[in-house]
Design a protein around this ligand. Structure first.
Ligand code: PEP
Length: 254
């Protein structure tokens, strides 16, 4: 991960349906990296099956994966992908703990192990946290605090600069989103995440911590999140599948 650069990360989820479409999309997005004027790292996270072909075609954007197994050795894990396999393909980032994977049983403990596996192979983990609903009494803050405390319980302080944390409120993600978060809500959570981690480690350790916002980011709100959301970058789902929209997001962030 390049120090000091902003980040725009596209999570393609289970899209598109063919390699041909995936390559077209990847090439277009890689071309648009020029709008970042060297100040923003553009990352695309396609499905596993497209990573190999895309890695040979993109020069300017970085490659990310949507998941990884926590076993670092080649053991018997039917259907799984190891961090070493990803590293050998040129993958630099991996999303871990996405709410859509947590729904399938990914726990904070598994997320913690996946972070360790990524770091062992010099891959930057993008660690997703976020609550499913907001409430007046602030229970959503305790929920995120527990996520962070359980995930970071045995991660050494020296690893923090090599990790990205993505605040992804579940209620703001995907087609069924209730609404997008506001930059003020993102900012509040970014401060809160830093506070929790500075309690776990020390205030100095969180100085280099990098936080992203994800959830219904689009061409209208991307610039506002970067300006007032207290974050260093954005994790974009739906709008990363539309090259024109993704281009406008890159432009607005810069
Ligand atoms: C996501 O699921 O990571 C995400 C940010 O999705 P969307 O932008 O479509 O809300």
């Amino acid at each position: 991960m390049s120090k000091g650069k902003k980040l725009i990360i596209g999570n393609w989820k289970m899209n598109p349906a063919s390699l041909e479409k995936a390559l077209r999309l990847a090439k277009e997005i890689s071309k648009y990296s020029k709008y970042s004027r060297g100040k923003t790292e553009i990352v695309i996270c396609p499905p596993f099956v497209f990573l190999s072909a895309i890695s040979k075609k993109i020069k300017k954007a970085k490659l990310g994966a949507q998941d990884v197994h926590f076993e670092t050795n080649n053991t018997a894990q039917t259907g799984e992908i190891s961090p070493l396999m990803l590293k050998n393909l040129g993958v630099k980032y991996v999303i871990v703990g996405h709410s859509e994977r947590r729904m399938l049983g990914e726990t904070n403990e598994i997320v913690r192990k996946k972070i360790g596996a990524c770091l062992k192979h010099a891959i930057t983990p993008i660690v997703c946290v976020g609550e499913s609903k907001r409430d007046e009494s602030g229970n959503y803050l305790s929920f995120v605090r527990t996520q962070l405390e359980e995930i970071f319980s045995s991660i050494p302080k020296t690893a923090l600069p090599k990790i990205l944390i993505a605040y992804e409120p579940i209620w703001a993600i995907g087609k069924s989103a209730m609404r997008e978060a506001t930059p003020a809500e993102s900012n509040e959570m970014a401060i809160f995440i830093k506070k929790v981690l500075s309690d776990l480690y020390d205030p100095k350790a969180v100085g280099s911590l990098r936080i992203l916002y994800g959830g219904s980011v689009n061409i209208k709100n991307a610039g506002e999140f970067m300006k007032d959301g207290g974050v260093d970058g954005l994790l974009v789902g739906r709008d990363s599948l539309d090259p024109d929209n993704f281009k406008e997001i890159i432009k607005s962030v810069n």
